[in-house]
Design a binder for this molecule. Structure first.
Ligand code: FAD
Length: 288
């Protein structure tokens, strides 16, 4: 069984301290030779400039392939495509194209009067406006706004038919959730790569609250395991073991690429990668 390809998601730093943390994270994870690293775009477009600057700096300084997230929220078509062109001018042609979440307090997405109505419109416009590699979101546990699982997969197929090259999934807690989703995608005629999104659990309480907000069900056994691990002060050990085991099951089922949500904290992701055989390539000059 060969080691999977990996990619890493970061968020853009808001201050100097966070910039150093991101840079440290990149230093730890870059030797694992990721397929790409991606930089998120704050909800409601709140980090537009930060994302643009972080993407350009990472591209220039890290030597890694960088993908920029981009949403349709609160911007006209022209503004959104202008941002994509800024990425292209900085040498970045990989985009994670998303509709984005409704603003705080709202329960559904309302497009900007002159903006893209949905993610399919954004994907088609990106594909027509430049030579972009476009990745999109996918939801193994079903997106909270989808009528049912089939409607969600039908929508994913429309995003891929609109020109997207690959899908990155929302995180999930059990390998079977992804494997069942992969089967349903295949049955729907989806042939593009569907890459599982992996969230190493740094902070169980934070992850559990985030999962509830995203509509990702939390298995009772996991609640129980973390309650005990927190009591015994071995949360990190449990998180590493569970994440490595889930990834190992996925790789055993033929998954050849994993996308890690690092939250700009590299240690758990690095340890899980090591456990999967994703290790820094030894340089000959360092071996002799
Ligand atoms: P879509 O897939 O377009 O829509 C979500 C669901 O709603 C669909 O699965 C479908 O079931 C339904 N739906 C939507 N429109 C229609 C329609 N017209 N007809 C029928 N069904 C429809 N958010 C950020 O703000 N910034 C980020 O950087 C960011 N990065 C992300 C990265 C990944 C890998 C993922 C999975 C999510 C990310 N998100 C980010 C969150 C994302 O913005 C939210 O999940 C958002 O609610 C949906 O965006 P989407 O592009 O996946 O939506």
């Amino acid at each position: 069984m060969s080691a999977p390809a990996v990619s890493f998601e970061f968020f853009p730093p808001r201050d100097l301290e966070a910039s150093f943390r991101l840079w440290d994270t990149v230093q730890v994870l870059a030797p694992l030779e990721p397929r790409f690293v991606s930089v998120t775009y704050g909800a409601g477009g709140t980090t537009r400039e930060l994302t643009r600057d972080a993407v350009a700096t990472l591209h220039k300084s890290s030597g890694l392939k960088v993908a920029a997230h981009l949403t349709c929220v609160d911007a006209s078509r022209e503004e959104t495509l202008g941002i994509a062109q800024d990425f292209a001018k900085a040498g970045v042609s990989d985009i994670v194209a998303l509709r984005g979440d409704p603003p705080k307090g709202a329960d559904r997405f309302v497009p900007h009067a002159e903006g893209f109505a949905d993610s399919c419109e954004l994907i088609s416009a990106l594909k027509q406006s430049g030579d972009f590699t476009v990745r999109v979101g996918a939801y193994p546990d079903k997106h909270p706004e989808a009528a049912d699982e089939q409607a969600d997969i039908d929508w994913l197929k429309r995003k891929l038919d609109a020109g997207a090259d690959e899908a990155l999934t929302q995180f999930f807690f059990e390998a079977e959730t992804f494997l069942r989703f992969r089967d349903r995608c295949a049955a729907a005629g989806i042939t593009a790569p569907i890459v599982p999104g992996i969230l190493p659990i740094e902070n169980w309480k934070g992850v559990r609250n985030f999962a509830k907000r995203c509509g990702t069900p939390v298995p009772a056994w996991l609640e129980d395991a973390f309650d005990k691990a927190i009591r015994d002060e071995r949360e990190d050990l449990l998180a590493t073991a569970l994440c490595a085991e889930m990834c190992d099951t996925l790789v055993g089922e033929g998954v050849d690429a994993l996308h890690f949500y690092t939250l700009n904290r590299p240690e758990l992701t690095r340890d899980v990668c090591f456990a999967l055989g994703v290790t820094p390539k030894a340089r000959l000059e360092n071996v002799a």
